[in-house]
Ligand binder design. Structure first.
Ligand code: IPE
Ligand code: IPE
Ligand code: MG
Length: 266
């Protein structure tokens, strides 16, 4: 279970610095994706309403974006609201919508000064107009930033994204613009919300749940998975550094073999 006792910040700094020394900058993941889970349980353990957990989660996000930028991770994708989260009570949905706007409003200047380019994955159309306006402003103001991409998955579902891509392709085929035989993985990938982003090298899921919950189903094909029992509001720079170090210890084979080219049998 996640511990409720906070390490003093000087101890945390020292631990973070120790881990950073161990990270190989040349082998950083190009894309880290995070399922920010456990806000409700974090709040319940403290006798607080679930919304307090979401609020604390926003501050955790701020810290993790900063750390990812400092470490030099080029792309960070965070799962903030799934297509299934509409099943939650109305007041919780409203609070989550307001919090994302609050995050963008409060930290947009900081994101801009850190040269963060914001992208959104998911369908923003059903969201209330003031929320869409704030998101559009953030997209517009950060459009030319190149240091790091922060992709926020908001009203996002991996299956919905694949269905949308297939529908677009079907329309193009019906209009005679695309030959069905020319549709390959790269072509489908260009129709997903993640078009242009590398597939995640590392997926982090907080809160002890061992599932993907409809996140980036296509893109996670060969992603390294890292699960932690830590609730998202407690997730900090030390956890991110630990996850990256563990990633650097993994041996990725992508279906092939490790080491030098295998001898071809004659
Ligand atoms: C993650 O925390 C935030 C969202 C899904 C929007 P939860 O709200 O799922 O927290 P738990 O899993 O109930 O603890
Ligand atoms: C996944 O968390 C979605 C987000 C973090 C936005 P959930 O809490 O919605 O997932 P389940 O219900 O535990 O699978
Ligand atoms: Mg959850």
């Amino acid at each position: 279970m996640p511990t409720r006792r906070e390490a003093p910040s000087s101890t945390k700094d020292a631990e973070y610095q120790r881990l950073v020394q161990l990270i190989e900058p040349a082998r950083l993941p190009r894309h880290v994706a995070i399922i920010m889970d456990g806000n409700g349980r974090w709040a319940r353990e403290r006798g607080l309403p679930r919304v307090a957990g979401h609020r604390a989660g926003v501050e955790a996000l701020r810290g993790v974006v900063r750390t990812a930028g400092e470490l030099g991770v080029p792309v960070l994708t965070v799962y903030a609201f799934s297509t299934e989260n509409w099943k939650r009570p109305r007041h919780e949905i409203d609070a989550l919508m307001n919090l994302i706007v609050e995050y963008l409003r409060k930290y947009l200047d900081e994101l801009c000064s850190n040269q963060v380019h914001i992208r959104v994955l998911g369908d923003l159309d059903p969201l209330p107009a003031p929320i869409r306006r704030q998101v559009d402003l953030a997209l517009e103001r950060t459009r030319d930033h190149r240091r790091m991409t922060l992709a926020v998955a908001w009203n996002y579902g991996g299956r919905a994204d694949i269905v949308k891509a297939v529908r677009q392709l079907a329309r193009e085929v019906a209009a005679g613009r695309v030959d069905p035989e020319a549709i390959d993985e790269a072509c489908l990938g260009r129709h997903l919300d993640t078009a242009g982003l590398p597939d995640p090298d590392l997926l982090i899921r907080c809160s002890g749940e061992l599932r993907i919950s409809n996140f980036l189903l296509w893109e996670l094909a060969y992603t390294e998975l890292w699960f932690t029992p830590v609730y998202w509001p407690d997730f900090d720079r030390v956890h991110l550094a630990e996850a990256i170090l563990e990633y650097q210890r993994r041996r990725r084979r992508f279906g092939g073999l490790e080491g030098p080219d295998p001898v071809v049998p004659c």
